[in-house]
Design a protein around this ligand. Structure first.
Ligand code: FAD
Ligand code: NAI
Length: 473
């Protein structure tokens, strides 16, 4: 048993943890990061949910499946003939695994580059002492003057239908189905439901999504959600809203889901595989928070203030294991801010300008307030929209679904929200984030020169539309 002293010990090597460790090391702290994720060979695979079974592999498969769909359905529009199109799913999955490994290796390299001591294993609190907090990992005990908890989240199972990752799949199993299921069911039409549903639909599955809420993507601006739903319907993604899921039978031949539709009629969905994507729960398994008196809230999240301080001095928590949106970039921002606060600096995270992206086709991205939120709050606003149909670059791409929508304060013209459904929305939203971070008005965007032809011209035009002076529509 060896004891090691550090200025900062980070528990968890996902985007919250590894980024916090890098920033702490940059600030001159003697830093350790503990992460327990292993790859299939038992080797360390830092990067957390995001790198291993989340953001990265899902985007790899979204890209591959989109290429496949384009080759089969859209290349012909460009005058490209494809004969004998085939799918090598094993190769597609292997490519995804390679992308994941590149990211794991990249993080291990960054630990070395920044002289961060990496410990592979589960970190558990042992006690609080004079020199800081003792944390056990394997045979070793680390003492951290400061501790950053970044232990992430896990998929939430449906009661009575545990994940077996064979038939009933979490995000983990959903990313490694070995043969395209003929029939695929998804419970929950949130972010994972739509992204994973899109992947497997493009590869040939007949996909049905069962969603409890009566409205589609309730957190998204209504006009944008409606436009997205139209596109998904057209693609053949079957989304049933307002359903009540009943008994789930998991048998040798697949999964049978009893459900009631919005009219209250009893239905049965028989599928080869079922993905359950009904949200995620904070993860503190094995952390042993009781040993030091670290407080959790009623959902099991580590209780923190708006600066990520826990109830214990010098213990911080960031990312999915605390309140707020479960997004990799939110976790990263919190990790950086905490490291800077430990250094006595004024780290900041602006929760009002955290962008959301759903990487479907069309992509959906937004920042700030929706129209329904502004209405509910009684804020006087102006709205401007511009359709991609009227954008030259979108026409050249052959991808004209959707629009950009601006919401600005009726009096000051400050941008309050930007909502996009359409091609490359994930990239276009950054301009809106920067603008909102600098408290820009819609007039500011409308007066900035945007390259032609580019999708970003739709952003400028939507800003112009706020004052009813679009040029191309
Ligand atoms: P995690 O990434 O979960 O990392 C926590 C790490 O801590 C893990 O490696 C875990 O093994 C380790 N750990 C836990 N307990 C211990 C312990 N006691 N000791 C040692 N190690 C421990 N977000 C986006 O912003 N964009 C996306 O496109 C996106 N796509 C997603 C797709 C899917 C399918 C899923 C499931 C999620 C996606 N997310 C996306 C969400 C994103 O993955 C999370 O918000 C992000 O990973 C949270 O980072 P984190 O560092 O808080 O936790
Ligand atoms: P989610 O919160 O996005 O969606 C869950 C959906 O399931 C909701 O629409 C909810 O109403 C529905 N639901 C809940 N219980 C249900 C039930 N019993 N029956 C039917 N429907 C039910 O959660 P999801 O998709 O699991 O993703 C978890 C989180 O991971 C996301 O909230 C997001 O933070 C993160 N993520 C982010 C991505 C991105 O940024 N592109 C991609 C994927 C995940």
């Amino acid at each position: 048993m060896t004891a090691k002293n550090f200025d900062v010990v980070v528990i968890g090597g996902g985007p919250g943890g590894y980024i916090a460790a890098i920033r702490a090391a940059q600030l001159g702290f003697n830093t350790a990061c503990i992460d327990e994720w292993k790859n299939k060979d038992g080797k360390p695979a830092p990067g957390g949910t995001c790198t291993n079974v989340g953001c990265i592999p899902s985007k790899a498969l979204l890209q591959s499946s989109e290429h496949y769909e384009h080759a089969g359905k859209h290349f012909a529009d460009h005058g490209i003939e494809v004969k004998g199109l085939g799918l090598d799913l094993a190769k597609m999955l292997a490519r995804k695994d390679t992308v994941v490994k590149q990211n794991n290796d990249g993080i291990l390299f960054l630990f070395k580059k920044n002289k961060i001591a990496f410990f592979h294993g589960r970190g558990s609190f042992v006690k609080a002492g004079e020199g800081g907090y003792d944390i056990q990992v394997g045979e070793e005990t680390l003492t951290g003057k400061h501790v950053i908890v970044a232990t992430g989240s896990n998929a939430r199972p449906l009661p009575g239908a545990p994940f077996d990752e064979e038939n009933i799949l979490s995000n983990d199993g959903a990313l490694r189905i070995q043969g395209v299921p003929k029939k695929l069911g998804l419970i929950g039409s949130g972010v994972i439901g739509l992204e994973m549903g899109s992947v497997w639909r493009r590869l040939g599955s007949e996909v049905t999504v069962l969603e409890a809420l009566p409205t589609f993507l309730g957190a998204v601006d209504e006009q944008i959600a409606k436009e997205a739903k139209k596109a998904f319907d057209k693609q053949g993604l079957k989304i049933e809203l307002g359903v009540k899921v009943g008994e789930i039978k998991n048998g040798k031949k697949g999964v049978s889901v009893a459900w009631t539709n919005a009219k209250g009629e009893a239905q049965t969905l028989d599928v080869d595989k079922l993905i359950v994507s009904i949200g995620r729960v904070p993860n503190t398994t094995g952390l042993n928070p009781e040993a030091v008196g670290l407080k959790l809230d009623e959902r099991g999240a580590v209780l923190v203030d708006d600066q990520c301080r826990t109830n214990l001095p010098n213990v911080w928590a960031v990312g999915d294991v605390v309140r707020g949106p479960m997004l990799a970039h939110k976790a990263e921002e919190e990790g950086v801010a905490v490291a800077e606060r430990i250094a006595g600096q004024h780290g900041h995270v602006n929760f009002n300008t955290i962008p959301w992206v759903i990487y479907t086709s069309p992509e959906i991205a937004w920042v700030g307030q929706t129209e329904q939120q502004l209405k509910a709050a009684g804020v006087k606003y102006k709205a401007g929209t511009f359709p991609f149909m009227a954008n030259g670059r979108a026409r050249a791409l052959g991808d004209t679904t959707g629009m950009v929508k601006f919401l600005a304060d009726a009096t000051t013209d400050e941008i309050l929200g930007v909502h996009i459904v359409g091609p490359m929305a994930s990239e276009l939203i950054s301009e809106a984030v920067v603008a909102m971070e600098f408290k820009a008005s819609s007039e500011d965007i409308a007066r900035i020169c945007h390259a032609h032809p580019s999708l970003s011209e739709a952003t400028k035009e939507a800003a112009l539309a706020v004052d009813k002076r679009t040029l191309n529509f």
